[in-house]
Structures are given as C-alpha cells and as structure tokens.
Design a protein around this ligand. Structure first.
Ligand SMILES: NC(=O)C1=CN([C@@H]2O[C@H](COP(=O)(O)OP(=O)(O)OC[C@H]3O[C@@H](n4cnc5c(N)ncnc54)[C@H](O)[C@@H]3O)[C@@H](O)[C@H]2O)[C@@H](O)CC1
Ligand SMILES: [K+]
Length: 527
C-alpha cells in the first residue's frame, strides 16, 4: 500500500532526503521535472518524442515553479514547442529556481520557438491566440497557504489560475498539475478560489491526504506518483495508506484444499427485523448472502421467529437460528466473526438486544462488525464504554451515523474525514470505517487506510449491508477487523464497478452478484 502524507510529513521527508541522505535539492527537482515530462509524454502516443506538441508551462516563485522550469526543459528536449509564463517577476525567484530559469533562458539560443513571458499581462494575448496540447500548472505545490476564512487567491496568482482553467475549458489541452493542482491544500483538500482543475496530477514521491478529501477528488484528475528518489523508509512509520489491489489480494485468504467448512470462516449475523406489517429482512438477506459470496465457509443468521423460509429462498446456504439469547450465545461461541445491526430496527427491544449482545462475554470477545441500527443503539444508549472494551470490533457508520455517534456535524466530519475517523477510533478504542467516496478505515492506534475503489454505483440502499457481510466473512477467514474492513471496502467498491457500466443502474443485489468476479480478478491479475 502506498503512503499518503500531509504537507508537513512531505516536507519532513524532503528535508530528510536533502539533509540526512544529502540527496540535494537540485537532484530532487531534476527528477521531479524529468518524471513529469516523461508522464506527459506518456499521455501522447509517441511517448519518446513530443514533436509537434505545443506546451504552456505556468510557473510560480517557489519550488513548484522550479519544477516547472525543469519540466519545460525536458519537454523541449523531447521536441515540444514550449511557452513559459512567469507569474511573478523574476526578482522574486532565488536559489535553484532562479538557476532553473537561467538554464531555460540559455536554451533560447538553440530553441527559437521558446517564449518566456514576464507576467500574465504580457502573456495573455499571445497565449489566447496559441493552440496548446498541454498546459503545465507549476504555480503552487505544498507551500500554498490558504486562509480558511478568506480562501480567495490574490493577484497575480488569481489571474494565472483563471488562465489555466480558461485554456482547459476552451481547448483540447491537457492540464497537468505538478505535485498538486494550484490552489489545493495538500493536507486538507480544501481549495482556494479559484483553484486549478487538472486532468492529471503528477505528484512528487508520495500521495497527499488532500487528494482524498474535500475538493481533492474532483480537482486532481488522474493521479500519478513520480519516483524522485525519496525512499519510503524516510516516511516510516506512516499513519495513512492507500488500499490497493495487491493488499486486497494478500488479504483474501484462499481455502486450504484439504480444509473443512468450519475452518473457512464462520460468520454469525444478528440482523433483520419484522414488526407488525413492516420488515427489514432485506438487510439481513443482503448481509448474509454477501458473507457467503465473499467465501465464508459457514454462515448463520439469527432472525426473528418464523422468517427462516425468506432467508432460505434467497440464500439457502445460510443456517437460521432464532432471536433468543440462548441460541445466539450458543452460535456466538462457534463463530469467528459476528455482524450485528443491519435492519434490526430502532425499537427499544432492538436497542436492548444490542446492549445485551455487547455485554455478553462470548460476543464481546469475538471479531465484531457493528453497523446501521447497532450504531443507532450505541448512540442512543451511550454504549461507548462497552464499545471501548470490545476485543476486535469495527463500527461502520456513514457520515450521518457518525454525526449521531459523535455529536459532530456532518459538515465538520466531511471537512476532515481522515482526522475525524482517526480521532474517534482513538477515543472509542475501536476500528472505525467511515463510509463514503472514498471510505476511511481508522484503527485505535491511529492508522488510517483509504479505500478509493468504486464509484457512485454504491450509493444505493442495501450496499452497506452487503459491505457488512463482506467484512464479517473476511474477518472470519482470519483477518483482524481493521484489515478485513479495508479489504472488504476495496472489494465492495470494485464489485460496484463491475456490476454495471451504468452506475445509476446498480442495485445492492448487483453488487452482491459481482463479488465473486471482483475476487477472481485479484488472482487473475496476479498471474
Ligand atoms: N523541497 C524539495 O526538496 C522539493 C520540492 N519540490 C516541489 O516544491 C514544492 C514546494 O515548494 P515550496 O515550498 O517552495 O512552495 P510552493 O512552490 O508550493 O509555493 C510557495 C510560494 O508561494 C507563496 N505562497 C504561498 N501561499 C500563497 C498564497 N496564498 N498566495 C500567494 N503566494 C503564496 C509562498 O510565499 C512561496 O513563495 C512541492 O510542491 C514540489 O512541487 C520538488 O521539487 C521536489 C523536491
Ligand atoms: K501545481
């Protein structure tokens, strides 16, 4: 899994590379620029040469602008025609950045086409009349400071960002952001007004937390990471990682050919309700079937009396027991993981059931997935002390449920989901999976995993129940509940993608049915 860093962590890594390893700023910058030019070339079919390609590189006064001068040089080396726009006067440049500009100026002797514009006003008319295939945004990187009270950019940055966005909106040009789109805060993902809207972001060394929060996902475009010789050991231990296919594959424990069903993960679900005329058995069916489809060896569901036939018509593999505590405790002793909450309802009786379950040692000592109405009961009955003493549990709220649990507003949670998930997991001493796009999975020790797979396809009723069943299955098969939640979130997203080409048509049953394909893919791509 790849580390995901805050701006501060990235700057510590930069400094360690320069001061401890003596890598040298010039070397890092050269690699940054060269890698970016190589990735730009990769966007065009003729990846070695950029003959006939016209590029505009818009440079700021910090090291991000310095990267821009190097990119401009390597684009020229590959045959592109290049215009460079200095957003600030040359007098504002110093050190490696000024050196970068001097080298570029020396290039002019050999490249008549190279134009260097001193300031936005000098550039505007010519830029407007030129057709570019590439616009490189090198105005701000991790050094940007935004005032959250007043996120407006001042001149000349404002006009420069507007120019980049104008060319992006009115031409076929690909906008490539160096390190991050200018105006985006690398840590929080909040953006200034305006902010560059990139088609592609070539980020240096490591992903940044801002790519996954607030405006980050909508402004970065495709994200590529440039290897610039800042080794991973400089950032270890990391506290945030991006879940990837390789992690999901490693986490998916295949059955031993000689094993019996009871060795392949036994899941108990305490889910579903049917009161009077209403029924929330669908949630129970989806979660149970998802556990089966994810490869649990044995799935048992505790349902309200008289509901076994419904389960068997949908998931004949599932053994059904009653809702009485004696039967539940009996099966809890046997189970490797227990899923509690999907569709049990919000009645006093349901809340009482959750409280009793969490206070029962045979249950509290197991791997637990607490979802939906179980979360409601935890919030209503203030069961956080119980939650804190659980052996290995995961709570799986969406932002609304998280708000009810924590008392924080949905807006505040969404403004800093990584920090919020980490803080609550630490406070409640439990794993917390904060559902959304992306999904954040925090452990009590402060590790946050980000699962970025899947699209809006998953935004439909019942997909959360499917996820709970999947987590239960992976936990029962041997993962701890933090890893199980992260791997299940990734597979769940992938299953959503595979369910249909048209995301709006995807229902939770479609996601369920696509689980085996998502799992199979893991092993096909490994071969
Ligand atoms: N430090 C290093 O060793 C490396 C840094 N690299 C590049 O350097 C970047 C970071 O460079 P810097 O720290 O110089 O910062 P930036 O180049 O991101 O920008 C900072 C400059 O903009 C100004 N500024 C900040 N906020 C502003 C605002 N709201 N309005 C107007 N001006 C503002 C600052 O005063 C400073 O001059 C990275 O994103 C990356 O692109 C890479 O070259 C790799 C190596
Ligand atoms: K940038």
């Amino acid at each position: 899994m790849n580390p995901v860093l805050t701006a501060r962590e990235m700057s510590l890594a930069d400094r360690a590379a320069i001061e401890e390893l003596r890598t040298g700023e010039t070397r890092l910058m050269e690699l940054a620029g060269r890698e970016t030019a190589r990735m730009i070339a990769g966007r065009f079919e003729h990846s070695k040469s950029l003959d006939g390609v016209s590029a505009l590189v818009v440079c700021g006064k910090g090291n991000n602008g310095g990267d821009g001068f190097v990119v401009a040089r390597h684009l020229l080396n590959r045959g592109a025609r290049v215009d460079v726009l200095l957003v600030w006067p040359e007098d504002d440049l110093a050190g490696v950045n000024l050196e970068g500009l001097h080298i570029l100026k020396a290039y002019r002797r050999y490249n008549e086409g190279l134009r260097i514009f001193a300031g936005i006003y000098e550039a505007r008319t010519t830029v407007g009349a030129t057709e570019y295939q590439v616009v490189v945004d090198a105005i701000f990187g991790t050094g940007l400071r935004i005032d959250t009270e007043d996120p407006e950019l001042r001149e000349p940055a404002r006009s420069a960002v507007e120019l980049i966005n104008f060319v992006n909106a009115h031409s076929e040009a690909v906008t490539v952001a160096i390190d991050l789109p200018s105006g985006l805060d690398a840590t929080s993902g909040r953006s200034s007004e305006p902010c560059v809207n990139a088609d592609m972001t070539v980020t240096m060394a490591f992903l940044k937390t801002g790519f996954f929060q607030n405006s980050g996902p909508s402004l970065c475009g495709e994200i590529q990471t440039a290897e610039i010789s800042i080794p991973e050991f400089l950032v270890e231990p990391t506290s945030c990682l991006l879940v990837d296919e390789a992690f999901a594959a490693e986490s998916y424990l295949l059955r031993d050919p000689s094993s019996a069903k009871h060795l392949n993960g036994k899941v108990l679900l305490v889910t579903g309700s049917a009161d009077g005329g209403g029924s929330m058995l669908g949630a129970a069916l989806l979660a149970a079937r998802a556990a089966v489809k994810t490869g649990a060896g044995y799935v048992c569901a505790s349902l309200p009396d008289g509901q076994a036939a419904v389960m068997h018509s949908f998931a004949p593999e599932v053994v059904v027991i009653g809702r009485d505590m004696i039967s539940i405790i009996e099966k809890a002793k046997w189970a490797d993981a227990i899923v509690i909450g999907c569709g049990i309802g919000r009645s006093d009786e349901a809340q009482e059931l959750v409280e009793t379950l969490l206070c029962t040692p045979e249950i509290a000592g197991k791997k637990l997935v607490l979802d939906a109405d179980a979360l409601y009961a935890i919030a209503e009955r203030d069961l956080f002390d119980r939650v804190s003493s659980l052996e290995d549990a995961v709570l799986t709220p969406h932002a609304g449920e998280c708000s009810r649990l924590s008392g924080l507003s949905v807006e505040d949670i969404m403004l800093s989901p990584i920090d919020t998930a980490r803080m609550l997991a630490e406070e409640w001493n439990v794993n917390l999976l904060l559902k959304g796009m992306p999904t954040f999975i925090a452990s009590p020790s402060g590790m946050v995993l980000i699962s970025n797979s899947g699209t809006e396809a998953l935004a439909s009723a019942g997909t959360g129940d499917v996820l709970s069943g999947m987590i239960g299955a992976l936990a029962a098969k041997g993962l701890d509940s933090h890893e199980a939640a992260a791997a299940a979130a990734w597979l769940h997203g992938r299953a959503g993608d595979l369910a249909s080409n048209v995301s709006s048509l995807v229902s939770s049953v479609d996601v369920l049915q696509a689980i085996p394909q998502a799992v199979l893919e893991l092993f096909e791509s490994e071969e």
